[in-house]
Write a protein that binds this ligand. Structure first.
Ligand SMILES: C[S@@+](CC[C@H](N)C(=O)[O-])C[C@H]1O[C@@H](n2cnc3c(N)ncnc32)[C@H](O)[C@@H]1O
Length: 252
């Protein structure tokens, strides 16, 4: 189809699939059909393990928190954050707050009490206004902010999963975070409502020695401005420094 839209029949199939996941979620005791997305990501990549400490960003109503607490088991632990309050999930601490605000971040740090995170799972999604370009831009900025808060807390070998909204800036964001992990890829779980727009970024094996406390948000915005030719940037700030060093040749 020229405009990339869906035929009526395709809509019917999509709605049918969505209802089917919703029914399955209800029958299995999960609060949201999104639980199956995390289950499918886990089946494919085995990111969460017994004993892990996991940060669940945008956790309401708690479907991912339910799946994550099952996976990390009694020796593990899930900290969730959302603007909205969730019903409790045994084995997790679900905080109410905005993950981009210092106050909420401080509460997460207090809960962690210097323990590193093994994994970050983010299904964060801003309020949708219906203006796709604007919604997508806001969503991408949120993802970059979640990276900025949580990467310094992630342990060696840790993983980071985030919902992405396909569109402008996705490649630029991936380019910024790719050097910090040994494997970064996109994945669309079957349970995603509309696989053409909803996709998850799966980053595995965090390499803290490659992470030089840069701002992902700044790197992303700079790359995006360069691409779009906006903001009259005369010279791009040197945000990501090269890991190469020039050694002086020994002179005899
Ligand atoms: C798709 S829902 C998450 C569903 C969840 N993974 C589950 O399985 O139940 C996205 C959530 O992101 C939350 N959110 C959006 N912006 C946020 C922010 N700045 N801080 C924390 N949560 C946010 C929304 O309140 C919403 O509940």
């Amino acid at each position: 189809m020229a405009n990339g839209g869906l035929h009526l029949a395709d809509h019917w199939v999509e709605n049918h699939k969505r209802d089917s996941w919703r029914r399955q979620a209800k029958a299995s005791g999960y609060r949201a059909r999104s639980a199956f997305k995390l289950k499918q990501i886990q089946e494919r990549f085995t990111l969460l393990r017994e004993g892990d400490i996991t940060l669940d960003v945008g956790c309401h109503p708690g479907g991912w928190a339910q799946v994550a607490t099952e996976l990390v088991g009694e020796s593990g632990w899930v900290i969730g954050v959302d603007l909205e309050a969730c019903q409790p999930v045994e084995g997790s601490i679900l905080l109410v707050g905005d993950i981009t605000e210092a106050h909420t971040q401080q509460r997460v740090l207090e809960e962690l009490n210097e323990r590193p995170l093994n994994s970050v799972i983010s299904d964060i999604s801003p309020n949708i206004t219906g203006k796709w370009d604007m919604d997508q831009a806001v969503a991408m900025t949120l993802v970059a902010q979640v990276f900025d808060f949580s990467l310094p807390l992630l342990c060696k070998g840790g993983s980071f999963v985030s919902k992405l909204f396909q569109g402008v800036g996705v490649e630029e964001l991936i380019d910024v975070v790719k050097p910090f992990f040994s494997d970064v890829r996109r994945f669309s779980p079957h349970a995603s409502r509309n696989s053409s727009s909803e996709v998850y970024l799966v980053c595995r094996n965090f390499m803290p020695w490659k992470f030089r406390k840069v701002s992902v948000l700044e790197g992303y915005e700079t790359a995006l401005n360069l691409k779009l030719g906006g903001d009259d940037i005369e010279e791009a700030p040197d945000i990501i420094t090269s890991s190469f060093s020039v050694r002086k040749k020994k002179t005899e």
